[in-house]
Design a binder for this molecule. Structure first.
Ligand code: FAD
Length: 287
């Protein structure tokens, strides 16, 4: 099923994001443990991240999407980055996705690795969106950034660049994580003014340990509101309390988003079914 069709029949949509197990931490079979834990949540779709290194020999994103579709009967969304892939590389990945019956792709540029010279065929995600649209009958989604992408000069500049993805054929947006809903509402209002008229899902990451907070903030530059930093420092030395407080914080954000008519919630599960399940149990009656 195309993700754009799910949004035509349901609001809010609830989706989950997982990542392929790291190569040095076992094999792809591990993903069954994660998916067995997540299936009872009955998500509308599950997205699977893609390594920006663009290693063509690594088909784990496509393989996991196939498992989600065939074994769990859930719609998969395959992430795909272009910064380190040529047009030929992308074509062979699209061929594989088509053979596997995967209909939805989250088209991304990927982060630029200072140690790897980017390939020249795609500079921005919007160029990948166009290429996918010309290549087959895929539903295409794109990323957006409620506080602006870390490399963009301003939020407005970034929103105008997001609009290029929509003009190229993207039918749905998934947002970067944020800890203060006011950024999401501000982004949504400006996006509407810019003529972005596709469903925008809010990306929510429950923060459940200290390392995760530091890593996430350095990677994506999300602002940390005082309510959030106070929570982190209060429970810094009590991992169990921090995890439960992080879950409660995410639930609070989600309830506020639903109350404010959000199109969808995309939960960054970090492959942690316990956390995802606690959150979805808490909002079960709002679905
Ligand atoms: P783009 O949309 O190309 O934007 C990148 C920058 O270029 C922005 O600053 C934008 O304003 C600017 N820009 C865009 N178009 C133009 C233009 N025409 N002219 C001038 N400037 C322009 N990374 C992974 O490696 N794997 C994943 O699986 C993955 N999944 C993600 C999922 C979500 C929901 C999100 C939010 C991010 C994800 N990322 C992933 C991270 C993403 O690859 C990085 O944030 C990357 O730096 C930008 O990707 P993008 O697709 O948003 O790029």
């Amino acid at each position: 099923m195309k993700i754009s069709d799910i949004f035509k029949t349901k609001k809010p949509v609830f989706s989950l994001e997982i990542f392929p197990p790291k190569k040095n931490q076992g094999n792809i079979e591990q993903i069954y443990t994660t998916l067995d834990g997540l299936k009872d949540i009955r998500p509308d779709f599950i997205s699977v991240t893609y390594g920006a290194g663009g290693n063509l020999a690594d088909s784990s994103t496509a393989d996991i999407c196939r498992i989600i579709k065939d074994k769990y009967n859930i719609t998969p969304l395959a992430h795909l980055t272009c910064v380190n892939n040529s047009k030929e590389d992308i074509s062979s990945i699209l061929k594989m996705l088509e053979e596997y019956g995967i209909e939805n792709i989250l088209a991304l540029r990927g982060d630029i690795n200072p140690d790897i010279e980017p390939k020249k065929d795609f500079r921005y995600a919007s160029e990948l969106v166009s290429y996918i649209k010309q290549s087959g009958n895929f539903g295409v989604s794109g990323a957006c950034y409620p506080e602006g992408h870390i490399q963009s000069a301003s939020l407005v500049d970034d929103i105008l660049n997001v609009k290029k993805k929509i003009d190229a054929g993207a039918e749905h947006l998934v947002s970067q994580l944020f800890f203060d809903n006011k950024f999401f509402y501000n982004f949504r209002e400006k996006a509407e003014i810019a003529g972005i008229n596709v469903p925008i899902e809010a990306g929510i990451m429950p923060v459940v340990n200290k390392n995760q907070i530091e890593r996430m903030v350095s990677m994506c530059g999300a602002s940390l509101p005082p309510k959030f930093t106070k929570m982190c420092s209060r429970f810094a030395d009590n991992p169990e309390a921090l995890r439960e407080a992080g879950i409660a914080y995410a639930i609070d954000q989600i309830i506020d988003l639903i109350s404010n008519d959000v199109d969808g919630i995309h939960l960054y599960t970090m492959n942690n079914p316990y956390v995802a399940k606690k959150i979805f149990d808490a909002i079960e009656t709002m679905r």
